[in-house]
Design a protein. Structure first.
Ligand code: HEC
Ligand code: HEC
Length: 319
């Protein structure tokens, strides 16, 4: 017999072992105890219900067809965030304005302003520059390292700012521009001449220790170099910032310093593109980025204008 047999409330007998009332149900002679919930548990349960109802009234709670019940306190995370952003922007505004008007000398001399610029530049760099230049500006093949002291176009604050404003081979009207000819693809040099001049390039830096360039080929290549390459890379291969032509003597390579990679650059003359940022950021942010890049490790001091003139009158007035 499995169906419970209701024997009615008059039979809600007290269990003789536990002293608790039973529910009056009986299954095959087994009866169910009717243990009451503990008081403390019940009170907490009722309190939770009461708190929930109060919360629904005060705070945004129930979804509706187009909106939600806003609650009588008028609390809104969205409005709070918008207000916080506005406060933040208002707090930053004077610093950005000072970035705009101060000279770089003044920025560097003001630790608070310099740190503000560096921090603003760092977060913008992470969102916009890291894809190409790597974390911390460490660079990648084709994308120069910005943290070393080797510069293609120049490493003073004003050089960096100019590169950021106009870009390199970019869409900007005043872009930094120069294009190394593709000597192989455009058949300006024979394969043999390219091989020779590549051997010569490898003799110019510590790359020679790895590549062990062929002396006879390098000697022939030196003549090709004098004819074709010195206009941009200079007579000694030290490079020329006016043409954005990297130094070939420092063993720091944009495209790689192996025989294969050097030969490939001479064949193809890549011409990488650095975008212009003038349309994207206001001048203050470009200056913040410049301060950040400058501080990555390789910034060059800005040449001081006419330092020679100053000491002379001072010496004259000293008795
Ligand atoms: C689409 C890839 C790309 C992005 C994004 C990019 N760059 Fe560049 N950047 C380049 C390339 C390529 C060069 C080298 C161009 C050349 O051959 O001279 C370069 C060159 C530079 C130089 C000149 C380095 C030197 O040695 O003179 C600076 C400074 C620089 N980038 C800073 C930045 C900053 C700051 C940002 C972000 C606002 C940025 N770049 C974003 C590709 C990029
Ligand atoms: C019109 C100027 C110009 C001439 C002429 C020129 N170059 Fe270049 N060269 C550049 C520029 C600009 C770059 C930077 C890389 C790029 O974006 O193409 C470069 C890069 C290179 C590189 C890669 C350097 C690196 O760091 O990876 C090598 C190697 C090189 N040139 C060798 C030569 C040789 C050899 C010749 C002569 C046969 C030559 N170049 C002629 C402008 C020139």
């Amino acid at each position: 017999m499995t169906t419970p047999k209701n024997i009615g409330p008059e039979h809600h007998a007290v269990d003789e072992f536990s002293g608790t009332r039973t529910t009056g149900h009986e299954w095959d002679g087994i009866r169910e105890l009717d243990t009451p919930l503990p008081r403390w548990w019940l009170y907490i349960f009722y309190a939770c219900i009461a708190v929930a109802v109060v919360y629904w009234v005060l705070m945004p709670a129930w979804p509706m067809l187009n909106s939600y019940t806003p609650g009588t306190l008028g609390f809104s995370d969205r409005r709070n965030v918008a207000a916080e952003i506005q406060t933040l922007q208002a707090a930053r505004k004077p610093s950005f304005e000072r970035l705009n008007t101060a000279t770089y000398d003044q920025i560097v001399a003001d630790p608070q302003l310099a740190e503000f610029a560096r921090a603003a530049g760092e977060s913008t760099f992470g969102d916009n520059c890291r894809t190409c230049h790597g974390a911390g500006g460490a660079g990648a093949p084709g994308y120069p390292n910005l943290a070393d002291d080797v510069w293609i176009w120049g490493g003073t604050l004003t050089d960096i700012e100019h590169t950021l404003r106009v870009g390199v081979r970019s869409t900007h009207a005043d872009t930094r521009l120069s294009v190394m000819p593709a000597y192989g693809r455009d058949q300006l040099l024979s394969a043999r001449e390219i091989g020779d001049v590549a051997e010569y390039v490898l003799t110019l830096s510590a790359a020679r220790d790895r590549a062990k360039p062929d002396a006879a080929a390098a000697a022939r290549g030196a003549a090709v170099f004098q004819q074709q390459c010195v206009a941009c890379h200079g007579a000694t291969g030290a490079g020329d910032r006016a043409f954005g032509a990297p130094s070939l003597t420092d063993d720091v390579w944009l495209y790689g310093g192996s025989r294969e990679e050097v030969r490939k650059q001479i064949e193809l003359g890549r011409g990488g593109v650095m975008p212009t940022w003038e349309a994207r950021f206001d001048p203050a942010m470009i200056r913040a980025l410049s301060v950040y890049v400058y501080g990555l490790g390789g910034g060059e001091p800005t040449p001081v204008a006419a330092p020679a003139a100053a000491p002379a009158p001072a010496a004259a007035t000293t008795p």
